[in-house]
Design a protein around this ligand. Structure first.
Ligand SMILES: [Zn+2]
Length: 453
C-alpha cells in the first residue's frame, strides 16, 4: 500500500507538466524520391539485350504511361566493334553511351550499369564468378529498392538451345534473386537503415525501404522456341501507337539503331541501321510469366492484377536438400544448378519448360558435367558409358570411377558431334552402373545448331 501511495503522488506531481508543456512538432518525413520510381524494371546483361522487349516497352511507355528503368549487368566491353578500333574499356565507355541514348529515345532516363565483367561463355556459373555475384546482387537489390518496380523483366534463367550466353543467364539469376530478396529487411540491412540525419553529411546507411515486386517475367531468344507458347502474354509490335501514330516496331528499331558498335550496319550510320532493323522488330514480343504475387492469369496483360503501392514481403521456399540414398548420378554444372535454383525460388513451372538440352554444331564438342554420388557406407566403383547416335563419339570421360563412401565424384563426358548433316534433335544417353547393377541413366538432347557465343 505504501508503494501505491508513492506512485500515486508521483503521478499527481507529473500531471501539470504533461498538461502544460509545449509539444514540438517534427517536420514531415520525406517520401522516397519519385524521380526514380519505375513501374517496370528491366534487368539484362549487355547493352542491346533490352531490344528483346523494346517493342513492348514502347507500348507501355507511350500508351500506358508506365515508367521504365533498366539495369545492365555489364557494359558489353568484350564484344567486337563494327564501327572502329576501340575495344575493352574504351568500347565499354562507348556502349554505355549507346545504351543510354537507345533508352533515352524511348524516354527512359534511369539506366544503371552494375559493373560485371562481360564474359563470353555459355556457362552461367562462369559468368556469375566473373561478375562477382554477391557484389552485383547487392547493387541490383539497392536499385530494386530505389526504383520500387511492380514488374521485373529479365532473360530466362535456363540453358536453352540458342540462349546460352552465360551473362544473359547471370542477369536472370540476379534479377530473380533480387525479386525474392529486396523485400527482406535482413538482406543488406545497411541499405534499409534510416540515416542518422539525412540533411547532414556523413550518413553511411542508405535510407531505402524494403520492396517486394509483384510480377516477374522472362524472355528468351532460344533458337528452337515454341516452349514459351501459353506461358505469358504476347504483344504485337505492328500495331500503331495511338499516341505516336507509328507502329511500335518503328520505335523499337529506332532505339536499337543507337547500338552502332554492335550492328553490321554500324559504319553506315544510324539511319541505315534503323532501316535495316525494321523487319526484325516486326516479330511479336513474347513473355513468360515466371511468378505473380497478385492474382493474375498467365497470359493476361503485364499489369493485370497489379496493385499500386507496397505489398507484403513474400518469402520463397529457399533451398531444401533432397535426401540421396545408395549410388546415383546427376547432371552437374548449369543443369544441376538450375534444378536447385528453380525449386529454391518457387519456379517449378520453369523446370518443366525445356528438358536438358544444348546446341552443338557440326564437328563441335559438348562437355557435359556429371556428379557421381555414393551415399552408402562402402566405397564403390561406378562405370560410365555413353550410348550415342551414329557419327557421335566420346573423347573423354567414359571409364570406371572409384567413389569413396559418403562422397561424390564430379566428372564430365566430352562428346564430339559428327561433321556432316544430322537431324535437328538427337538424344545422347549416359548410363552408370556398379557391380553389374544400374546406378542411373540420363537422356540429354542436342540440336544441330551451334550454341552461342
Ligand atoms: Zn547480350
Amino acid at each position: 500500500m505504501k508503494n501505491k501511495a508513492v506512485l500515486c503522488c508521483l503521478g499527481l506531481a507529473l500531471l501539470p507538466w504533461s498538461l502544460n508543456a509545449k509539444q514540438h512538432v517534427m517536420p514531415p518525413s520525406p517520401r522516397p524520391d519519385p524521380r526514380y520510381k519505375a513501374d517496370i524494371l528491366v534487368i539484362v546483361a549487355h547493352p542491346d539485350d533490352e531490344t528483346e522487349v523494346t517493342g513492348y516497352l514502347a507500348r507501355a511507355i507511350y500508351d500506358e504511361h508506365k515508367r521504365v528503368a533498366v539495369l545492365y549487368g555489364t557494359c558489353g566491353g568484350a564484344g567486337g566493334n563494327s564501327v572502329s578500333y576501340e575495344q575493352a574499356r574504351a568500347l565499354c565507355a562507348e556502349r554505355k553511351i549507346e545504351a543510354r541514348r537507345a533508352m533515352a529515345s524511348l524516354g527512359v532516363m534511369n539506366v544503371w550499369f552494375l559493373g560485371g565483367l562481360d564474359t563470353p561463355t555459355q556457362n552461367v556459373l562462369v559468368s556469375l564468378e566473373h561478375w562477382n555475384h554477391g557484389a552485383l546482387l547487392e547493387r541490383a537489390i539497392r536499385l530494386v529498392r530505389l526504383t520500387r518496380p511492380e514488374v521485373i523483366m529479365t532473360w530466362l534463367p535456363d540453358y536453352v538451345d540458342g540462349e546460352n550466353h552465360g551473362d544473359h543467364q547471370a542477369s536472370a539469376v540476379i534479377a530473380t534473386e533480387a525479386f525474392d530478396m529486396a523485400g527482406d529487411p535482413t538482406v543488406f540491412p545497411e541499405q534499409v537503415a534510416a540515416p542518422r540525419n539525412y540533411q547532414r553529411i556523413g550518413n553511411m546507411t542508405e535510407g531505402l525501404e524494403p520492396w517486394q515486386p509483384e510480377k516477374l517475367y522472362y524472355f528468351t531468344n532460344a533458337v528452337h522456341a515454341g516452349f514459351e507458347a501459353g506461358q505469358g502474354p504476347v504483344y504485337s509490335t505492328t500495331e500503331v501507337s495511338p499516341s505516336q501514330h507509328i507502329p511500335y516496331y518503328e520505335m523499337a528499331a529506332r532505339s536499337a539503331s543507337y547500338h552502332l558498335t554492335q550492328l553490321p550496319t554500324g559504319p553506315e550510320g544510324r539511319e541505315a541501321t534503323y532501316r535495316a532493323a525494321l523487319d526484325y522488330f516486326k516479330r511479336p514480343v513474347k513473355l513468360i510469366l515466371a511468378k505473380s504475387l497478385v492474382p493474375a492469369s498467365r497470359t493476361g496483360d503485364v499489369f493485370e492484377g497489379v496493385v499500386p503501392g507496397p505489398i507484403p514481403f513474400h518469402p520463397v521456399a529457399g533451398y531444401r536438400a533432397r535426401p540421396h540414398v545408395g549410388l546415383s548420378m546427376e547432371l552437374g554444372g548449369p543443369w544441376g544448378f538450375y534444378q536447385r535454383f528453380w525449386r529454391a525460388h518457387d519456379l517449378e513451372r520453369i523446370a518443366r519448360l525445356v528438358p536438358p538440352e544444348a546446341g552443338v554444331g557440326p564437328g563441335r564438342t559438348l562437355s557435359l558435367p556429371l556428379i557421381l554420388r555414393n551415399d552408402t557406407s562402402s566405397p564403390a566403383r561406378i562405370t560410365l558409358k555413353a550410348i550415342l547416335p551414329s557419327g557421335w563419339t566420346v573423347s573423354s570421360g567414359e571409364g570406371i570411377y572409384p567413389v569413396s563412401a559418403h562422397r561424390s565424384y564430379p566428372t564430365r563426358l566430352v562428346f564430339v558431334a559428327p561433321s556432316g548433316k544430322r537431324p535437328t534433335w538427337q538424344a545422347l544417353r549416359i548410363h552408370a552402373e556398379a557391380a553389374g547393377q544400374p546406378v542411373g541413366s540420363i537422356a540429354f538432347r542436342v540440336s544441330n545448331v551451334p550454341s552461342g557465343p
